[in-house]
Design a protein around this ligand. Sequence first.
Ligand SMILES: [Zn+2]
Ligand SMILES: [Zn+2]
Length: 211
Amino acid sequence: MVDPTLFLPAAFELAGHRCPATPLGVRAGAAAMNHLGVARSEDRSLYALLELGDEHWAGCFADAIQTVTGCTAGKGNFRRLGYGKLALTLVDTTTGRAVRVAVRAEVLLELKRSAFFQQYRRQGVPASQVPSEVAEPVIERVLSAPDEILLSVSEVFASDLAQAPEDCRSFVCDRCGEVVAEAHGRVAGTRQVCIPCQEALLRQDGRTSAA
Ligand SMILES: [Zn+2]
Ligand SMILES: [Zn+2]
């Protein structure tokens, strides 16, 4: 069993401040892992589909999911679906088993009624500027609530999401001399170049032909 509290310090560290979205994320991530019976993804055995989009007030939910599951933006086994929901689907790509975990509406509605949200976050105060006597009780409330109150967890279902193999191939750009992953290479005339160099060459050509 994954203990979400073990991942809290690292998740707060990654997020950069203490807010209730982080404990919600570690709890949701750990619940998904415990339902699948899987350990943290050292490589890319797990894949997380996060439903939250960008610029959301609870964006730290995403940082916490990455911290606890090991599905990270860097390794590429983490994708945002942009549905604007505090929910994730976690896929064990080795077995094809998946589970969806969502934060319950009542939990989020209560959070939005709190002083933390009404008097600070909604007024545009960054989470790091919210006094700790306001933030800590809501964090504690999330941490002390049982999973059933906090989260709704789907049945385990089958997913055909397969992990693409890592690509180790690369080349040296003919224009800037930097190393570029093969899949991102472009051809400009007889030269193999990177995307910015291809764009620069196209702009150059445009100017030459306009002149
Ligand atoms: Zn936050
Ligand atoms: Zn280049």
